[in-house]
Design a binder for this molecule. Structure first.
Ligand SMILES: [Zn+2]
Length: 279
């Protein structure tokens, strides 16, 4: 297998603290550096320190990305040789106190870097379950954390709470399905997540939509208001705004269906049903 390094790297200073990798890369391990360093400062630290610690990459608070141990080599990061032989380890500049928060710039660079690592190493999707029992089973979970292998707070509460979001954002870049379920779906909701597409083709209208379908839907709402079924007025235009959301929820309440503010087939049918009772 051919190992490469990320082209996103802005600083390179290789430390001698590593071993040749003995396993294919199939895992990502994100750490908190405990210090708001630049990538240069972090890499220089690993180069100079005699603590025998290292990391494949360092992400600086300013979004800089440093290479300290090449991907072909195993870094000394996670207190677990077997983890680090199969993982790319990344130290992210963080506060020195709980929750060890990282800057927005570091977070953004981290996501770009992880997506790049996954692409080059053929990791199709990041999976985070926060389950220590899945160590070594990358098909079920391919993100690990330092605290599973040693008595440490690493990666800190901030990064820990963001692992799912990191996975979702990386997966979006990889074109893999995300774990996010928005909006939720039940038998009576109008926003089935199985229906993809744009505002016209996904199967329902939602706040922010602006098209002729919304216009037609709003004519129904205007008729419902005239009939006294709802109280919320909507403008005679093609924009799904706050008023349309409120009016939609009033329709859904009147029809005794889920009040989610999305207008799909169930809600539109309910409009006709409610109107027909009045006519
Ligand atoms: Zn760590």
């Amino acid at each position: 297998m051919g190992f490469t390094n990320s082209s996103l790297v802005t600083y390179k200073k290789l430390t001698g603290d590593y071993n040749p990798r003995n396993h294919a890369i199939d895992t990502i391990t994100i750490h908190c550096f405990v210090g708001q360093v630049t990538a240069k400062r972090g890499c220089d630290y690993f180069f100079e320190s005699d603590r025998q610690v290292s990391s494949n990459y360092v992400v600086g608070y300013d979004g800089t990305i440093g290479l300290s141990v090449e991907e072909k080599n195993r870094a000394w990061t996670s207190s677990s040789p077997s983890n680090d032989h199969r993982a790319i380890t990344i130290e992210v500049a963080s506060d020195t106190k709980p929750p060890y928060a990282v800057t927005d710039a570091a977070y953004k660079s981290l996501i770009a870097l992880v997506a790049d690592i996954c692409k080059r190493n053929n990791i199709k999707k990041l999976i985070w379950k926060n389950d220590k029992n899945l160590i070594g089973q990358p098909s079920k979970q391919n993100m690990t954390i330092h605290r599973w292998f040693a008595a440490t707070d690493c990666p800190g509460q901030y990064l820990l709470e963001h692992m799912s979001d990191i996975a979702d954002q990386v997966n979006e870049k990889l074109g893999a399905a995300t774990t996010a379920v928005k909006p939720t779906t039940t038998a009576s909701t109008d926003a089935p997540k199985s229906i993809g597409g744009n505002a016209m083709t996904r199967g329902y209208f939602a706040k922010g939509d602006k098209n002729e379908g919304v216009y037609a839907y709003k004519q129904l709402l205007i008729a419902l208001k005239k009939a006294g079924i709802i109280t919320q007025a909507v403008d005679n235009n093609n924009i799904f705004g706050d008023g349309t959301v409120t009016a939609t929820k009033q329709v859904q309440k009147a029809a005794k269906i889920e009040q989610d503010g999305y207008a799909g087939p169930i809600t539109i049918r309910a409009c006709y049903t409610l109107l027909s009772k009045k006519i």
